[in-house]
Design a protein. Structure first.
Length: 129
């Protein structure tokens, strides 16, 4: 076998290994209940912030720690610990997608995506034609 063939086979094997690794680490959308049933797995949880409960962000103590309460789309409320600084305009978010894992009774998020009302239409849905 020529040296180029061996190199090609090694490259293909590495590519297949990389594909299997990324497929194994993919997360799925879930509720807090589903995430609690698999505490070691990463999930995306969609919901809304509970505006009645407190948000805690003390950048002088720990700039990478922000906590709040969120209710998922199935109605379960959970305390969320975000291991990043508080996102700008967080208070104005309509919907939140958390990426993280359950640890005990808390959801520890490594990232957050927010859907905020559009500043161009004052948060009202636009009429369709």
């Amino acid at each position: 076998m020529k040296k180029i063939h061996v190199i090609g086979i090694v490259i293909i094997a590495v590519a297949i290994g990389a594909i299997f690794t990324t497929l194994n680490n993919t997360s799925t959308y879930a509720s807090f209940t589903e995430a609690a049933n698999e505490p070691g797995s990463e999930f995306h949880v969609v919901g809304k912030r509970d505006k009645e409960k407190e948000m805690v962000y003390e950048p002088k103590v720990d700039a990478n720690l922000f906590s709040f309460y969120m209710t998922d789309n199935k109605g379960k409320e959970c305390k969320v610990i975000l291991h990043k600084n508080k996102p700008q305009d967080f208070e104005h978010s309509e919907q939140i997608v958390l990426i993280g894992k359950m640890k005990g009774e808390e959801f520890h998020a490594s990232d957050i995506l927010m859907k905020c009302p559009s500043k161009y239409n004052d948060g009202k849905p636009q009429a369709s034609n």
